[in-house]
Design a protein around this ligand. Sequence first.
Ligand code: PLP
Length: 486
Amino acid sequence: MATVFNNTSLVRDDSFEGSLSTKDIQIAVQEVKVQDMPNSALMHRSLREQPYNVVSGHGSYFKLQDGREILDGCGGAAVTLIGHGNAEVKAAIIEQLDKISYVFTSSLITSSAEELAKCILEIPPGGFQHGLEKAYFCGSGSEATDAAMKFCTQYFFEKGEPQRKYFVSRRQAYHGSTVGSMSVSSYLARKVPYEDIVLPNTSFVSPAYAYQYQLPTETEDEYVRRLIEELDAKFQELGPQNIISFIAEPVGGATTGCVPAPKGYFLAVRKLCDKYGILLHLDEIMCGMGRTGTYFAFEHEGITPDIVTIGKGLGGGYAPIGGILVSKKCIDIIRQGTGAINHTHTYQNHPVMCAAALAVQKIVKRDELVIRVKEMGILLHQLLVETLQNCKYVGDIRGRGFFWGVEFVADKQSKASLPPSLGFGMRVVKRAFELGLAVYPGAGTVDGVRGDNVLIAPPYTISDTDLRKIVRLLREAYDSEETKLD
Ligand code: PLP
């Protein structure tokens, strides 16, 4: 049985807000054989497909139980920064365990958490003045999104503007899987069947996604102006005085596939938010921590956010950790008000996870890996273009640093998507894995919207040879799937 979208016209629907609900979306069910049923006790996402068991990892590779070595071309989901099996991180974790494994950090702190906060917030000489003053660490990106939403709500409560209750986000955006973070996400397939339990006080505007949505008759400036007018109209509709924050990824990640915003977009967003006192919350969970060639992705945009969410690369895969970074402007209001943050988790600022993340971030800084990402990112882009640009179904290659998306389309001229039922990006991902390469599937056609892509996000420490191997294997995987379509 292969069931997919019952309404393939959604693929080219430009204005699906209001016309496309999560109910329109059915999750593709893969054909399965009874003997494929796994005997795993773990509740893996698929109850039908047997997950691969990974037994070890070293550098840019991990090894499966069947003995195969897989080149990690996406660092999990843009998580791995310094590769697998790093001895320094292991030593730092053990050292922390030798000191203390846990304290409840509502009233107690540990040096590992304090030092991690300092390490992330520190501005090197001549560095970007980000205006962020404090960090809070939790267990995942989704928790960070929720914490940020609550922090921003508290900010206005203490500021004497308790009427503010709306969050504005963008379509084709993913900010997490908890109820709060899912509510500001527009990864529709992941909202089935929860549409009746998500927060009602969320609203969505268009993504900043020029390849698919900038009109052929429009200049980049005109496209930005149109997006900002739409955002302003949304603010007016809700009443700007009622809005808490606007949430956006500086470089769109899993849903659109590494899409940087058009030039000037975030500057204009910042200006508009300032005009109405709306907080700007940037989600750097996937694109942050050096992934795009600057420590924070927003540095490219020349803006300072009010609040930033981080995750994934923060722990580099060595610890489950996310966090929020908050600007002085926001902290000051609460400092002068109740003086207490009304948000807590048992495992917040956990000493061992912070020690692991600190070791990862120290290596990133000491070995100047962000500079390496910036420089080698140019090579990766060049290789992707040389190797894939001319392929029949490759529509666009975009990204920054070590964060690249390859988008597949049925027709390069019209940019029409391939039928979602085909799941072309996912097929390429699966074939690549058979060939020994892990890349990450984008969510475009899963949602019945544009952006069927694969995402490439290698570890910052990858060798030149392995970088070339990623692109070669990706092309091989693409070719074998293209042949099946012809
Ligand atoms: N925000 C973005 C941009 C993400 O890519 C993700 C995860 O993919 C999240 C939030 C949620 O993070 P986590 O899966 O750690 O909860």
